[in-house]
Ligand binder design. Structure first.
Ligand code: 1GP
Length: 252
């Protein structure tokens, strides 16, 4: 559990960890190395790598390039069972526990488990909880499941607690990439109060203040993706990192 323990240590030291999502379909390969260096010097704690569709890129080649260009942890955030690679450090072994589609609760996992074992990377059991965010997100559509209504924090909290009791190591509250609205603070709070395992919050976080609010309400890991697809925003990565690192920073 090397990477999981590394995440726990970062959370302990900095108050929360900041991960940036790299989507091979959206980040051109000629910009990858520069972006990774920029993230490293801006205080990012690691990378999630994955995409729901993978229309253009070659996943294996992409993750190899990530590995070559950074020493930060590269964690697969799989959009499908083909997104497994020994070049990564770990994989979020996601079960869509907000839904009732057996394929995304356990079916895909049976297919993926042997190749994860063969790759030698660390699987991190993660309860993936989709939260309604204003429109149908890719994750909702692709998983063929209903999200939890955003005004029902008690359902999210009970789902997260059941996941912890089932042995999950992380809770991921997902509003969806590019979501109109991020996960409500009240819901982050209810889930974090109910669970002892770290809570990841991602989807629709477009400014440092929003990231900080999630941490203040109990989030242990913040993920952003979409916002840095625009190179003009790269200078703000450090502001996101210091907003998330609540023990080490004062937000101005
Ligand atoms: C998506 O939570 C991540 O799975 C990141 O979302 O792209 O909206 O930042 P954004």
């Amino acid at each position: 559990m090397k990477i999981y323990n590394q995440l726990l240590n970062t959370i302990k030291e900095k108050g929360a960890a900041y991960l940036v999502l790299l989507d091979p379909d959206k980040l051109p390969e000629n910009k990858l190395a520069g972006f990774l260096k920029h993230c490293e010097k801006s205080g990012v704690d690691g990378f999630l790598v994955g995409g729901s569709l993978m229309v253009n890129g070659d996943f294996e080649t992409f993750i190899e390039k990530v590995k070559v260009n950074t020493n930060l942890p590269s964690i697969i955030f799989p959009g499908s069972i083909t997104q497994v690679s020994s070049f990564a450090d770990a994989i979020l072994f996601l079960s869509v526990v907000s839904g009732r589609n057996p394929e995304h609760l356990i079916g895909k996992h049976v297919l993926a488990a042997p190749s994860i074992k063969k790759s030698g990377i660390e699987p991190i059991a993660t309860a993936y909880i989709l939260i309604e965010s204003g429109s149908t997100t890719t994750a909702i559509y692709m998983s063929g499941s209903l999200p939890i209504p955003r005004n029902k924090p008690e359902i999210a909290a009970a789902t997260a607690l059941a996941s912890e009791y089932l042995g999950m190591k992380l809770i991921y509250l997902e509003a969806g990439s590019g979501a109109d609205n991020s996960v409500p603070n009240e819901m982050v709070k209810s889930v974090s109060n109910q669970c002892t395992i770290p809570v990841i919050v991602g989807g629709g976080i477009r400014n440092p203040q929003t990231a900080r609010e999630k941490v203040e309400n109990g989030a242990s890991i913040i993920v952003t993706g979409n916002y840095f697809e625009d190179e003009n925003n790269w200078d703000l990565i450090k502001d996101f990192a210091s907003a998330v690192h609540i023990k080490q920073s004062i937000l101005v």
